[in-house]
Design a protein around this ligand. Structure first.
Ligand code: FAD
Length: 398
């Protein structure tokens, strides 16, 4: 990476840009928002929207988007500094479904009317999206999906079920893969549609996951009428748009800055406890950090490629595997680091809904909950086994 950033922000140097981001965070990232960030994907919509809006007002909400659609025009170094500062400061994660997933699909493949209708709400955070890909029996083998969309005049009539739909209960819109042709090869009869969650016939049922929180849902479609104008690109060609989105999704799961923050917190905790004298713990912590350094270098190389218009392609699979393995190893170390204080599973505290003091250190309250939910990181976005298959086929040509 260059040591000097371009003039995109008018800030001149890397250091000045970092200072500009820190100054912004000093006022915009309130203690309440920092506390809300502990909820991860379970963040309350009002808290998530406040943080989203603060970034939008500053013009910094979509660094990866082209400038013509609301991007910042930052170079790779600036984007890296921005991500790093936000994560280290403990800023809430923005929901990826609009900004990171469907937004790029809409500005790349959508009609002008779709861009006009949807991009402003994605940018200012007023519209929340969810992802309707997986179905019971169609996760890894996504192309076998059965939710059908049958043309009837100017509408499709959609019937079927999606599952594991993160934040469907908070979302205004869902982007869904539906089968519009059952007679050809599975990948050929799929279409990508945008569906208003208020449409009659949509039923959302909650799934409480092993962390004790509600992020996941089942979404049922019964004779849901979706205007044909909500189709992205060409009918039956949705598989291509779906894969474009998945590459972006996987590259975003690596979570380098989040793991860096977790390492800092573990080191801070170790420094004030017996752990600093535990060679096994410290060697494992150091070895994760070395792997994280390697991952960061690999991510920087891929991001530099992206900046000149190349897709990360199959490299996104490697990022996903390494990034999620590191996250999971850090979650194990965190549980071990709080020892017996990992035992109480204090749901109200985990959900941020209690004023009671924790039994042990505050740092340990969510250790087991995060560990439990962290098992999902090697499943969502396409399981790590499937990513290994992708690498075996596309990179190693096995
Ligand atoms: C927390 C969480 C959030 C999610 N959010 C969303 C969401 O918002 N929207 C959405 O659409 N989906 C979402 N998903 C679904 C996710 O994409 C699927 O769970 C994932 O693709 C795996 O599919 P599956 O659960 O059907 O497992 P299966 O496909 O049944 O796989 C079961 C096991 O078999 C292995 N396996 C399967 N096929 C192969 C193979 N060919 N070779 C080797 N191993 C194989 C898998 O790796 C896995 O270990 C989410 C999942 C989780 C856990």
């Amino acid at each position: 990476m260059s040591s000097e950033v371009s003039d995109a922000t008018g800030s001149g140097s890397e250091g000045a840009f970092r200072e500009e981001v820190r100054t912004f965070l000093g006022t915009a990232l309130t203690p309440e928002l920092r506390a809300a960030s502990e909820q991860g994907f379970g963040i309350k919509r009002a808290d998530g929207a406040r943080w989203h809006n603060a970034l939008f007002t500053q013009g910094w909400v979509a660094p990866d988007w082209p400038v013509e659609y609301g991007g910042t025009g930052w170079n790779m170094t600036q984007k890296h500094i921005f991500d790093e500062e936000l994560t280290l400061a403990g800023a809430p994660v923005l929901m990826p479904f609009g900004l990171g997933m469907v937004g790029p699909v809409i500005y790349t493949f959508g009609t002008q009317a779709q861009k006009d209708q949807h991009l402003p709400g994605i940018l200012d955070g007023s519209t929340w999206w969810c992802q309707g890909y997986s179905e019971p029996g169609s996760g890894s083998d996504l192309a076998s999906l059965k939710t059908s969309a049958v043309r009837d005049g100017d509408d499709y009539v959609v019937n079927g079920q999606k599952i594991w739909t993160t934040n469907a209960h908070k979302a205004d819109w869902i982007f869904a893969l539906v089968r519009t042709d059952g007679s050809s090869k599975p990948q050929h009869g799929i279409s990508f549609v945008l569906v208003d969650m208020k449409t009659p016939g949509i039923d959302v049922k909650s799934i409480v996951s092993i962390d004790g929180l509600h992020h996941l849902n089942e979404v049922y479609f019964t004779d849901v009428r979706v205007p044909v104008s909500n189709l992205i690109g060409e009918e039956h060609k949705g598989w291509g748009y779906a894969k474009f989105l998945l590459v972006n999704e996987r590259a975003g799961i690596a979570g380098v800055a989040g793991s860096r923050r977790a390492i800092d917190a573990l080191r801070e905790h170790a420094a004030t406890s017996e752990l600093q004298n535990d060679p096994d713990f410290m060697v494992r912590l150091n070895s994760v950090e070395v792997r994280l350094d390697a991952l960061e270098t690999m991510e920087a190389r891929i991001l530099a490629d992206l900046a000149v218009g190349n897709s990360p392609g199959d490299a996104a699979s490697a990022l996903k595997i390494l990034g999620t393995e590191i996250q999971q190893e850090l979650q194990i170390l965190r549980v071990e680091s709080v020892d017996h204080y990992a035992l109480p599973f204090e749901l109200d505290l985990i959900r941020g809904e209690s004023n009671e003091a924790a039994l042990g250190p505050e740092y340990g309250v969510r250790a087991v909950s995060d560990y439990n939910f962290g098992r999902a990181a090697s499943i969502y976005g396409g399981s790590n086994e499937i990513q290994r298959n992708v690498i075996a086929k596309a990179v190693l040509r096995l």
